[in-house]
Design a protein around this ligand. Structure first.
Ligand SMILES: CSC[C@H]1O[C@H](OP(=O)(O)O)[C@H](O)[C@@H]1O
Length: 351
């Protein structure tokens, strides 16, 4: 199952809202299709959202060129930027969406002396290279993370939250990439996967990914994490990320912050695996990260089956922020940031 693939000038997305019981695909022929797919989490996960948006911008560029005979490239670029701005509004927290669209805009403006037809091909090539690069990024990050955790010298029991796997990226995943690499080394005893309410990315996606790879995994409900840490010998927590600020504060799926506190209480090291593109160094600390709030019916139901009265008041933040003090290390494709804080992050980025 490909999370996403560019096929005959169209973006084909695995519809993750239907997994794990149904494998169906959404074919995006215009950028608005990509916007919709991102907003309903048919495609999800920071890196995958970025790559999908990059292809969405290619669809936008083609639509503009097909519907108007531009007198100047600058007019085309202005309209293209507006489409990118609209795509950028699909979801607010994962910075990879913004990073990817800024990258595509920079590529387009870097060729503003060229005719529109050349820019169309350049944008398609750029989106394809972004997808290929994410594959390599995942692999490099996974090795750095596995190397760090292999130092324990024994098979490990890992707890993870949400899905930071192949379904969240173009490659093997971030947190699940580290777990896959550890498994290849014979260093996974068990993975405990939080179901991750309300949308159950852990139960629906992480468990099925790891089972498909023959990696031992046990599904737990989110409220079991503390007891599992206390009674099951969890050696480490490894999660993904959606946005990391300059001091190492990390936004990730709602519930991650609580897991980090439980980990601290039980003396379990807490790790984040994320690509460089997930860092937002324009923000000094996590309280500045925009937190997406989603439809209240996601909390009043499970997979569409009502579990609360329709009038029940609801709070539905899709993410929370783990303070850098709770994070033992951040694994990236360029290396490991241990005990992340502003000084460590700046040193890592040579700022
Ligand atoms: C590899 S990033 C995955 C990251 O994205 C998920 O959020 P969502 O499913 O809402 O896109 C979750 O925070 C994961 O850790």
């Amino acid at each position: 199952m490909d999370t996403l693939r560019w096929q005959n000038g169209q973006l084909v997305l695995l519809d993750q809202t239907k997994l794990p019981l149904e494998e169906s695909y959404i074919t995006c022929t215009k950028w608005q299709d990509v916007y919709d797919a991102i907003s309903i989490l048919a495609v999800r996960g920071a890196p995958a959202i970025g790559v999908a948006a990059a292809y969405g911008s290619v669809l936008a560029a083609r639509m503009l060129a097909d519907t108007r005979d531009y007198e100047s490239t600058s007019e085309f670029l202005a309209d293209f930027s507006e489409c990118c701005r609209c795509l950028d509004e699909a979801r607010p927290t994962a910075v990879n969406l913004h990073w990817a669209l800024e990258t595509m805009k920079a590529a387009a403006y870097g060729a503003e002396e060229q005719p529109v037809s050349s820019i169309l091909q350049l944008l398609e090539d750029k989106a394809k290279s972004m997808q290929a690069e994410d594959v390599a990024i995942n692999t490099a990050m996974s090795e750095y993370g596995a190397e760090e955790l292999a130092a324990a010298g024994k098979p490990l029991t890992i707890l993870t939250h949400c899905n930071a796997g192949a379904l969240a990226t173009a490659g093997v995943g971030t947190a699940l990439g580290v777990i896959r690499s550890l498994h290849k080394r014979g260093l996974i005893r068990m993975v405990y996967a939080d179901e991750t309410r309300p949308l159950l990315q852990g139960a629906r996606l992480t468990v099925s990914e790891l089972m498909a790879d023959g990696i031992p995994v046990t599904l737990i409900t989110d409220n079991m994490a503390a007891w599992v840490m206390k009674t099951k010998g969890v050696d480490a927590v490894v999660v993904g990320a959606d946005r990391i600020t300059a001091n190492g504060d990390t936004a990730n799926k709602i519930g991650t912050y609580g897991v980090s506190i439980l980990a601290k209480e039980h003396g379990v090291p807490f790790y984040v695996a994320a690509p460089i593109s997930t860092f937002d160094l324009s923000l000094d600390k996590g309280e500045q990260i925009p937190i997406e709030e989603r439809n209240h019916d996601e909390v009043r139901s499970i997979q569409g089956v009502p579990t609360a009265l329709p009038e029940a008041a609801v709070f539905n933040p899709a993410f929370d922020v783990t303070p850098h003090e709770n994070i033992a290390a951040i694994f990236t494709e360029k290396g490991v940031i241990r005990k992340p804080d502003t000084a460590q992050v700046h040193a890592f980025f040579n700022i």
